[in-house]
Design a binder for this molecule. Structure first.
Ligand code: GLN
Length: 552
């Protein structure tokens, strides 16, 4: 029988419910259990695909092409399992389904209501992820208890225990225990109120995880235990961790996984924990002995969550190479100005991540051009590849005014254009390529060496492609199309011969990087950045040793 853990949150948003759920997933997986995860989002958008990254952060793409909440990225990185489109459901998606069923007459003329029709649909979706090969499903409910939109979800998961049996469900509730500086005290009242709210929906938590910036003493845990009617061992302190990858350790130290196993009637002795892989990751995260500066040139640099998986992929590459990767956020619109003032010279590497829309495009083109001309390691992701191609077209192949038709519909040289399913250029529409696609890499190329294989699969999320009509011209001028779709029509990877590392991919490799298995393209970027940083250090040392050298 599959077991279910439901993770809810109270008091405040952004307490780290997704990370807490992910860390629990890692602990259960480290006990040999087969774990999958799911996110239920109470907002009305059908999926996050069209949501503004400023509000919602990155759109995470699954292998099967689901455009999902960024928490799924944490889940995949922590439990090291690929999730599916079905692993994320919103109110919008659930209502669309219920309304479609009503239109088809599936409800036989009955009055369609939140209870039971919407709640049944929610429960059905939860059951769907509980396939035969899964021991535990961890379901995170987005939002906080008390929100209007969350009510049907709480009702559905309340009923779920009734449906599948007491021992098969564990309710974990995340709250905040704030420290009030004026009175010098940690406060339990917000936790109490939030649990009261949860109970008013019929859910008595089995475990309370208390976010706190400091140690929670035993007497305070006893107080929460008494107030909220949970066992004292089930009051777990989640103290701020030095890095997100430390969270499983923090929660393991507090016995979270043992309490969850007990609630689910699973014998901890039959599922001993092995955290050695994770231990290595955490050790690497704390033992960096040098530092590289990587600039991320993007549109949403004020909200780094918009590029969450890119940052994590860079950090993973840092773990492997022993480097601490310092990310510098560079607003695409200010690149030209920064170049005039030589303000990118200290960077050891540059990433141009994915994006939509015209704003900042010229800055991104300038950034990859600068990297190309100054031998700065550079990785272009999706839109990043497209701006690399535009740069080569304009500044090397002499195609004046070359552009993507996304940004200039009248460009004389649409080197990036819309394609149809047959991979032919079309005027309108174009097919959004979503999810995993295969590519064939050119033997001996930088990317083939990085991956160590010639057939690779990466996740996509874009509408535009390199225009095949310009490929020969671009290749004649030195652009190496080092990876293509198996039919050779679509350009999937580009690079330059003779440059330390100037690589673009039409895909989003950042979604597949794991803390203990960094993605090869990020790994190579960071390795090249280290070489550049060492070169710079070497030059500085030389200058130090020979004061005259500084003047020459
Ligand atoms: N806007 C570009 C396209 O649709 C790139 C998309 C992306 O970077 N994800 O093709």
């Amino acid at each position: 029988m599959t077991k279910f853990v439901f993770v809810t949150g109270g008091v405040s948003s952004s307490l780290g419910k997704g990370l807490t759920a992910s860390a629990l997933g890692r602990l259960l997986k480290s006990r040999g259990l087969r774990v999958t995860m799911m996110k239920l989002d109470p907002y009305i958008n059908v999926d996050p695909g069209t949501m503004n990254p400023y509000e919602h952060g990155e759109v995470f793409v699954t292998e099967d092409g689901g455009e999902t909440d960024l928490d799924l990225g944490h889940y995949e990185r922590f439990i090291d399992e690929n999730l599916r489109r079905d692993s994320n459901a919103t109110t919008g998606k659930i209502y669309s389904q219920v309304i479609a069923k009503e239109r088809r007459g599936d409800y036989l003329g009955k009055t369609v209501q939140v209870i039971p029709h919407v709640t049944d649909e929610i429960k059905e979706r939860i059951r769907r992820v509980a396939t035969d090969d899964v021991d535990v499903v961890i379901v995170e409910i987005g939002g906080t208890v008390g929100d209007i939109e969350i009510v049907p979800f709480l009702e559905a998961v309340r009923q779920f225990r009734h449906d599948v049996g007491r021992d098969n469900v564990c309710y974990v509730h995340l709250t905040l225990v704030p420290f009030l500086t004026p009175s010098g005290e940690q406060k339990t009242k917000p936790t109490q109120h939030s649990v009261t709210e949860l109970r008013s929906r019929g859910i008595q938590p089995d475990v309370i995880v208390c976010r706190s910036d400091r140690h929670i003493p035993a007497d305070l845990k006893r107080k929460i235990s008494l107030q909220c009617d949970v066992r004292v061992e089930a009051v777990v302190a989640a103290i701020d961790a030095p890095s997100i990858y430390d969270i499983p350790w923090v929660l393991y130290g507090e016995g979270l996984d043992s309490v969850v196993l007990q609630t689910l009637a699973l014998d901890a002795d039959r599922h001993p924990i092995d955290l050695s892989t994770w231990q290595r990751v955490v050790a690497q995260a704390h033992t960096a002995d040098h530092c590289v500066h990587i600039g991320i040139v993007g549109k949403y640099v004020n909200l780094p969550d918009a590029y969450l998986s890119v940052v994590e992929a860079l950090r993973h590459a840092g773990f492997e190479t022993g480097a601490s990767v310092e990310v510098e956020w560079i607003a695409a619109e200010s690149v030209q100005d920064m170049l005039l003032h030589d303000q990118l010279a200290h960077l050891d590497g540059i990433v141009v991540p994915g994006g939509f829309g015209e704003r900042g495009i010229e800055g991104k083109i300038a950034a990859v051009r600068y990297a190309r001309e100054h031998e700065v390691p550079c990785l272009g992701l999706c839109l990043g590849l497209q701006v690399m191609v535009i740069d080569m077209a304009r500044h090397v192949a002499g195609l004046e005014g070359a552009n993507s038709r996304e940004f200039d519909v009248t460009t004389p040289h649409p080197v990036i254009d819309l394609m149809d399913d047959q991979h032919d250029v079309v005027d309108l529409g174009g097919t959004m390529r979503l999810g995993a696609y295969l590519a064939r890499l050119r033997p001996g190329s930088v990317v083939a060496r990085a991956y160590g294989q010639e057939i690779v699969s990466e996740r996509h999320r874009h509408r535009y492609e390199v225009n095949p009509r310009y490929r020969t011209t671009l290749e004649r001028h030195g652009l190496v199309c080092s990876g293509t779709s198996p039919d050779d029509r679509l350009v999937e990877f580009v690079e330059l011969a003779g440059h330390p590392y100037w690589v673009g991919t039409q895909a989003h490799p950042e979604f597949k990087s794991r803390p203990d298995r960094p993605h090869p393209l990020f790994l190579e970027l960071v390795r090249s950045a280290i070489v550049r940083a060492e070169g710079r250090l070497g030059r500085l040392i030389d200058i130090d040793a020979d004061p005259g050298a500084a003047r020459t």
